[in-house]
Design a protein. Structure first.
Length: 250
């Protein structure tokens, strides 16, 4: 494992109790950062907090990022515990139902957009001002290859993740005059709980498009995120870091 020094940093990882978010939280703690995991699943947080605590300073905070009030509360609790936030990983998201667009339930559509896109906006809106004030910050928005290409029977998810990519480009340009890097990650599927929301046919379809012929490992995602959050990533901003195993090359 390559060493990334984050010993003076405070990080927030949304969806940090499972999957890629949990792997990122472990990697950041191992790199010396203080980490607040924001998650909607209290049971999942309780299951991992002891293990994470053995790695460093960590706090588990319940947060429904689809609600701006909940984001405000989670941010305030994080700042009381660790101080101002330097690093933000917007990882939390859901896949939603696997149905054609013409059959999509509007309530399900709104839920996916609220969590996967609006939640990213709420977190950035709350935490970016202190980054601007201190002229330092690193933001990683976890999108998806679906945001680049679109997946059939996943219009809401694909649209929300495409929105995350556009948000990343816009915010990266807005903050380019500061030492704040805003970038996105577009992973192929990993063996995480989000796959449970998909049909077997969808998973087979997605995996069949990956030239590497396998799922991405969550530790591989965490390694890339660790660099994206480091001081060394001081020039690239508003960009997309591909992690699709060769599925997309742009």
């Amino acid at each position: 494992m390559n060493a990334v020094d984050l010993s003076s940093r405070v990080a927030v990882v949304t969806g940090g109790a499972q999957g890629i978010g949990l792997a990122v939280a472990r990697r950041l703690l191992s790199s010396g950062a203080k980490v607040a995991i924001w998650d909607l699943d209290k049971a999942a947080m309780e299951a991992v907090i002891e293990d994470l605590s053995a790695l460093g300073a960590v706090k588990a905070i319940w947060c429904d990022q689809a609600r701006i009030e909940a984001v405000e509360e989670a941010a305030a609790e994080t700042e009381r515990a660790f101080g101002v936030v330097d690093l933000l990983v917007n990882n939390a998201g859901i896949a939603g139902p696997a149905v054609p667009l013409v059959d999509y339930n509007p309530d399900a559509w709104r839920q996916i957009v609220d969590i996967d896109l609006n939640g990213v906006f709420y977190c950035c809106r709350r935490l970016v001002p202190s980054m601007i004030e201190r002229n330092y910050g690193r933001i990683v928005n976890v999108a998806s290859v679906a945001g680049k290409e679109g997946n059939p029977n996943a219009a809401a998810y694909s649209a929300a993740k495409a929105g995350v990519l556009a948000l990343t480009k816009s915010l990266g340009k807005e903050l380019a005059g500061h030492d704040i890097a805003v970038n996105a990650l577009t992973p192929s599927p990993a063996r995480t709980r989000i796959l449970e929301q998909l049909t077997e046919a969808q998973v087979t379809y997605m995996l069949g498009k990956v030239p590497r012929g396998r799922f991405v490992e969550v530790e591989e995602a965490a390694a890339m995120v660790a660099f994206m959050l480091s001081d060394e990533n001081s020039f690239t901003t508003g960009a997309t870091f591909d992690l699709s195993g060769g599925r997309t090359t742009y």
